[in-house]
Design a protein around this ligand. Structure first.
Ligand SMILES: Cc1ncc(COP(=O)(O)O)c(C=O)c1O
Length: 255
């Protein structure tokens, strides 16, 4: 049996009487994470990738090993596929501006479900306005389910991006990603962007079997310190979706 008290005991912020029911927004942090952050600032703080002294070397090595840990967590084929961002919101904007903006033409379509978080709608509306493309929404099915028939009817050769959640924060619906991706591949050349911000918390995610082009999620909903999030980008051998340079700091994406 799960020892709930032992789990509660790991979270100083919910010690005592507090009941916290907002983990979908952000999780409280366990003592191990708090200790790790404190240890870092007390002993290892330095600029990453920008120095020659030993603290920089240590900080850089820990920073890069975190990328390997995240790659393993979602079964990416290489840590080079992992890009740090400040938010799932920023990650989706990054894809919109560094991939979609260069690719979309007037008349192209971006398919999003009606159940998306605004972070997975607004970046597409902005890039649609910039390029003359159009955002098309897939209406919700009965019982708040994803409407696969409507999706099948809407996808066509003009569809260049399909952007859907793994699990929606709006209704809690688990989207049938395998079906969505199979239908996309069979009927279009569209790139698939999956917003895993809620899904990664509840499902084991294997980006290699998922077969999306981009997968985005938030560390702060997974007990990590605030404000690190991730974009996974499929390797060039799996996907043609290449991102343009951004802020030119030596890596694609931000860091
Ligand atoms: C499904 C979904 N996508 C995106 C986001 C935005 O995440 P972030 O706060 O990391 O920008 C959230 C936040 O609640 C979410 O639930």
């Amino acid at each position: 049996m799960t020892d709930l008290q032992a789990i509660r005991d790991q979270f100083p912020a919910i010690d005592g009487e507090t009941v916290y029911l907002d983990s979908a927004a952000t999780t409280q942090k366990p003592q191990a994470v708090i200790d790790c952050i404190t240890h870092y600032y007390r002993n290892q703080n330095a600029n990453v990738h920008r120095g020659t002294h030993s603290l920089t070397a240590l900080a850089t090595s820990r920073f890069e090993s975190a990328r390997e840990t995240v790659a393993r967590f979602i079964n990416a084929s290489s840590e080079k596929e992992i890009i740090w961002t400040r938010g799932a919101t920023e990650a989706l904007n990054l894809i919109a501006q560094t991939y979609a903006r260069n690719q979309l033409q007037p008349g192209d379509e971006i398919l999003v479900s009606e159940m998306e978080h605004h972070a997975n709608i607004v970046p597409w509306q902005i890039v649609a306005e910039q390029t003359g493309a159009k955002v098309v929404k897939v209406p919700m099915g009965e019982g708040c389910q994803f409407n696969l028939d409507a999706f099948r009817a809407l996808i066509n050769s003009h569809t260049k991006i399909v952007a859907v959640a793994q699990v929606t924060n709006v209704t809690g619906t688990v989207l049938p990603l395998n079906d969505i991706i199979a239908i996309t591949r069979a009927n279009s050349q569209a790139v698939v962007v999956v917003d895993g911000a809620q899904g990664v918390v509840h499902q084991r995610t294997n980006v290699q079997t998922l077969d999306a082009d981009f997968y985005v999620f938030s560390g702060h909903k997974l007990y990590a310190r605030g404000y690190w999030r991730t974009v996974w980008q499929a390797s060039p051998t799996r996907s043609n979706a290449t991102m343009a340079w951004w802020r030119k700091n030596g890596r694609k994406g931000l860091v």
